[in-house]
Design a protein around this ligand. Structure first.
Ligand code: TXA
Ligand code: MG
Length: 345
């Protein structure tokens, strides 16, 4: 299949391009669309053949359920049911935005989307292109991240092309994603509510609406049998081995120097470390200032992909400090490092 790569304005999407993309959706084909978090691979939620194509194109196991994307809460009528009391206020507070909410599945919704579970994940993305495509398609769109299974999520149209060129009908390229890590997932079908994936909407923000909120730490290795959805530890892994460091700046620098003496490494560093790395002749990619969690989140997946493409023996990265989206970055790094953190004295 020839994949059409179409540039589109993020703020004022061209209606002819949206109509062309919606025609692909209506035909049961797949369109990669930008969202504020990462690019999603969209298909008509009510077309079983199209939904099956998503799993095939990504190489994704059918045991991993999909998020249903809507442009209007009215679109949930035949998607979810028995809405928990907290839903309305959550949706009002955080939608459109980077929050995915687990609700009881409507009996009419295919269990192919929910991988047989009786909950469904739903989200209203805060991106004019995604919202325009959902509206023009006149149907909710299921959309996982538009990467090959276990690759880092795509934050640019070129990342999508790298993984899926020839496998999907179209990529709507609106430039880099504003947030850069996937949405927060909260399960409100249980009490207290549980955060299944951390993202830009923090636990602190959610607790202002929900009261007590638990963060579920999901750490199963791929070899363990029958993991629940999204629990795979190795989920964001680059092919190059990744060494994740936890410690103060001096200890991190010592460890990076040691590694540099032994191997061809690349250091995904913070702005504060660039001059030091330059003096030592260490290759770097800068993620942003150490305290700028938002910038680090925006840079992370692109840097992992770029570093991975260069054939280094080792990628070294230190955990960012701080709360909010920095916590989501630590979670993604933990998975990329397959759960191994080097805690430095
Ligand atoms: O930011 C995002 O959420 C992006 C953009 C495209 O919207 N989408 C995304 O989708 O990250 P995906 O499929 O890559 O990740 C969705 C996660 C998976 O880990 C899946 O297991 C989990 O959501 N999930 C979906 N439905 C679920 C359910 N019913 N119960 C538990 N987890 C669920
Ligand atoms: Mg994904």
């Amino acid at each position: 299949m020839k994949t059409v790569l179409r540039s589109i304005s993020a703020s004022h999407p061209d209606q002819a391009d949206i109509a062309a993309a919606a025609a692909h959706i209506a035909a049961g084909d797949l369109v990669a669309m930008p969202t504020e978090t990462v690019y999603g691979l969209a298909a008509d939620a009510h077309n079983p053949a199209a939904v099956a194509r998503i799993f095939a194109a990504k190489g994704r196991p059918t045991t991993d359920p999909l998020i249903v994307h809507i442009a209007d809460v009215g679109q949930l009528a035949d998607v979810a049911t028995d809405f928990p009391p907290a839903f309305a206020l959550l949706a009002e507070t955080f939608w459109p935005g980077p929050l995915t909410i687990l609700l009881p599945r409507h009996p009419a919704l295919s269990t192919q989307i929910t991988a047989g579970f009786d909950t469904v994940a739903v989200r209203m993305p805060a991106h004019p292109v995604a919202l325009a495509l959902i509206r023009a398609s006149r149907t909710p769109l299921v959309a996982p991240s538009a990467n090959l299974f276990s690759h880092p999520s795509p934050t640019t149209g070129m990342h999508v092309m790298h993984d899926l060129d020839g496998r999907i009908a179209m990529v709507l390229d609106a430039g880099p994603c504003r947030i850069g890590v996937e949405s927060t997932i909260v399960d409100i079908t249980q009490s207290p509510a549980r955060i299944l994936r951390q993202g830009d909407v923090s636990a602190e923000q959610l607790s202002t609406v929900l009261g007590e909120v638990h963060i579920v730490t999901r750490t199963l290795a791929a070899s363990q049998a029958a993991p629940a959805p999204g629990m795979l530890l190795k989920h964001y892994a680059p092919r190059t081995p990744l060494m994740l460091l936890r410690g103060d700046s001096a200890a991190v620098r010592r460890t990076v120097l040691d590694a540099h003496a032994q191997k061809r490494i690349i250091w995904l560093c913070y702005a504060e470390d660039e001059a030091f790395a330059g003096m030592q002749g260490i290759d770097t990619m800068c993620l942003g200032a150490a305290t700028d969690g938002a910038q680090i989140a925006r840079s992370l997946f692109a840097a992992l992909r770029a570093a991975d493409a260069e054939g280094y023996a080792l990628i070294v990265i230190a955990e960012p400090q701080g709360e909010g989206v920095a916590a989501a970055v630590r979670d993604r790094l933990y998975r990329a490092a397959e759960g191994v953190v080097h805690t430095l004295a």
